[in-house]
Ligand binder design. Structure first.
Ligand code: GUN
Ligand code: FE
Length: 441
C-alpha cells in the first residue's frame, strides 16, 4: 500500500512561462504545467496544461491570474558582496588614483570585514536583498579574508541562493592595512577552494569557488602565476576585472607590461574559463582571445557609466562570438537589481548608437543577457538560464494583477506587452515568489 504520509517526490508549477531561446528570442509559453523533482530541484516535465489533471496535483506554485508570468531567475555575473554596505553612496569619484573610489571607499570598507560578525551581518543582508530582487544566482567577489569569504558561502547556503564565490587576491598596490603577502594569498585561496569543494552544496551544483585576482594592478607576477596553477589543479573558474577603464589600462602599462590585460591573464593561465568584468577597452583581438579560452564578459553597464569607464560594444562582442552576461557590479554600480542592469544595458546601447548604423539592443536581448547569456558566461548553462527539462527550477514568479507595483495591465495587452511591461517597469513589488533549485526563497 502507498504511504499517504510520505512527502511527495515531485510538485507542480502552473502558469505562463517566458524565457530566452538559444538565439536570444523570447519564448512565451501560455498556461503550461511544469513538474519538479523536489529532491534535485530539476525540471522533470514541462508541457501545455491539461485541464483534466489539475485538482489532484500537489502544487509548488500556481499563478494567481492569467496576466502573471514566470521567468528564469536573474543571474548576476559580477557583484562585490562586501560593497553592498555602501551601495547608493560613494558615487563621486573615479575608480583609480590616490583619492579615487577604491582607495577612499572600497578598500577601507572591505578591510572591516575581517570582523566575522560584521561579515555575517553584511553578507546576510546582501544575499537576502539580491534574492528579493529576483537574482537566483550571483557571482560574488568577497574580500581578501579567508574566514569571511567562507561566511559568504554559509549565507548563500542558509538563504538558498546559487552562488559562485571568490576570496579576493591582492598582494601589491594596495593599502598597508588591506593587503596580503603572496604566500598568504595563495595558501588561503587553496584552503578556500578545498573547503568549498568539500561541501555538499558544491556537489549539488549550488555553490562554487572562483579564483579571484582582484585585477592586474593589485597582483604580483608571482601571485598571478600561483593562482594560474591553482586554477588548473582544482579545475576552477576564475574571475577578475579586465580592461575596465582608460586609467586602469594606463596603470597596467606603467607596471611595465607590454601586453593587454587579456594577454597577461592568458600568460598566467588565468584567462581560460574566466569571467571578466567590464572589458570596455578590450580590442577585437582581446575578445577573440577570450572566446578561444572560453572566457566571457560580465557587462556592468551602470558601473561603466558612473565611473565614466565607457560602454561595452555588444555588437562587436556578438560579431566575435564571445560570451556576455550582465552584472550589477555593486557597488561600482549602485543598484543591486538585475532589472536595473537590463534597463541600463538598453539605455547605454541606445546612447552609444545614436547616430550610427549599428543596431542597439532591446529588452529581449537584455533579458537574454541577464538569464541565458549570464548562465553561459558563468559556465552554468547545463544547470540554469531557461526552462528546459533536466535543468534546475530557478525562477521568479511575477504577479502584477493586484496593482500597487510597477505594472498595470490594460484590456488589449498581449502576453508580450505584459512581459515587456514587467521587464521595463516592473520591480520588487511585482515579485510574488522566488525559487532556487525548486525551493522557495
Ligand atoms: N577594479 C578593481 N577593483 C574593483 C572594484 O572593486 N570595483 C570595480 N568596479 N572595479 C574594480
Ligand atoms: Fe567590480
Amino acid at each position: 500500500t502507498i504511504d499517504q504520509n510520505s512527502p511527495p517526490d515531485t510538485a507542480f508549477v502552473r502558469g505562463n512561462f517566458v524565457h530566452s531561446k538559444e538565439n536570444g528570442e523570447l519564448e512565451i509559453l501560455m498556461d503550461h504545467l511544469m513538474e519538479i523533482d523536489l529532491l534535485s530541484g530539476c525540471i522533470v516535465t514541462f508541457e501545455p496544461a491539461d485541464v483534466s489533471t489539475f485538482s489532484s496535483l500537489h502544487y509548488l506554485y500556481k499563478s494567481p491570474t492569467s496576466s502573471d508570468f514566470i521567468t528564469p531567475g536573474f543571474i548576476d555575473c559580477h557583484v562585490h558582496a562586501p560593497q553592498y554596505s555602501f551601495a547608493g553612496t560613494a558615487t563621486d569619484r573615479p575608480l583609480m588614483g590616490k583619492e579615487g573610489w577604491l582607495e577612499s571607499y572600497t578598500f577601507p570598507s572591505e578591510r572591516r570585514l575581517s570582523d566575522q560578525n560584521l561579515a555575517t551581518k553584511t553578507y546576510s543582508k546582501v544575499v537576502k536583498r539580491l534574492l528579493r530582487e529576483g537574482t537566483t544566482t550571483a557571482c560574488y567577489l568577497a574580500t581578501i579574508h579567508l574566514n569571511s569569504s567562507l561566511i559568504l558561502a554559509d549565507q548563500c547556503e542558509k538563504f538558498n541562493q546559487r552562488a559562485l564565490i571568490g576570496k579576493v587576491n591582492m598582494d601589491q598596490n594596495s593599502p598597508p592595512d588591506y593587503i596580503e603577502t603572496t604566500e598568504e594569498s595563495l595558501a588561503n585561496t587553496e584552503t578556500f577552494i578545498k573547503q568549498i569543494q568539500g561541501r555538499d552544496s558544491f556537489k549539488n551544483g549550488n555553490i562554487f569557488p572562483v579564483i579571484t585576482p582582484r585585477f592586474i594592478p593589485t597582483c604580483s607576477k608571482a601571485l598571478l602565476s600561483g593562482l594560474g596553477r591553482l586554477a588548473k589543479k582544482y579545475d576552477t573558474r576564475v574571475q577578475s576585472h579586465i580592461s575596465e577603464s582608460v586609467d586602469e589600462v594606463a596603470f597596467v602599462k606603467s607596471l611595465g607590461y607590454e601586453e593587454t590585460d587579456a594577454e597577461i591573464f592568458q600568460n598566467y593561465g588565468l584567462l581560460k574559463n574566466s569571467i571578466q568584468a567590464h572589458g570596455v577597452w578590450c580590442s577585437k583581438d582581446d575578445l577573440g582571445l577570450m572566446k578561444e579560452n572560453n572566457a566571457g564578459i560580465a557587462c556592468c553597464p551602470l558601473s561603466n557609466v558612473y565611473f565614466a569607464s565607457g560602454i561595452l560594444d555588444l555588437n562587436i562582442c556578438e560579431e566575435v562570438g564571445v560570451n556576455v552576461g550582465l552584472g550589477t557590479d555593486v557597488s561600482g554600480g549602485y543598484s543591486p537589481s538585475m532589472l536595473n542592469s537590463q534597463r541600463t544595458a538598453v539605455v547605454t546601447s541606445r546612447v552609444s548608437n545614436f547616430s550610427k548604423e549599428k543596431e542597439s539592443i532591446d529588452y529581449k536581448k537584455a533579458f537574454f543577457l541577464a538569464t541565458l547569456g549570464s548562465a553561459r558566461t558563468l559556465h552554468l548553462e547545463h544547470l540554469v538560464g531557461n526552462f528546459v527539462i533536466g535543468k534546475r527550477f530557478d525562477a521568479v514568479c511575477w504577479s502584477v494583477e493586484g496593482g500597487g507595483g510597477g505594472v498595470d495591465v490594460f484590456d488589449g495587452d498581449t502576453p508580450e506587452d505584459i512581459v515587456q511591461k514587467i521587464l521595463t517597469n516592473g520591480g520588487r513589488e511585482d515579485i510574488a515568489r522566488v525559487f532556487v533549485n525548486g525551493k522557495d526563497c
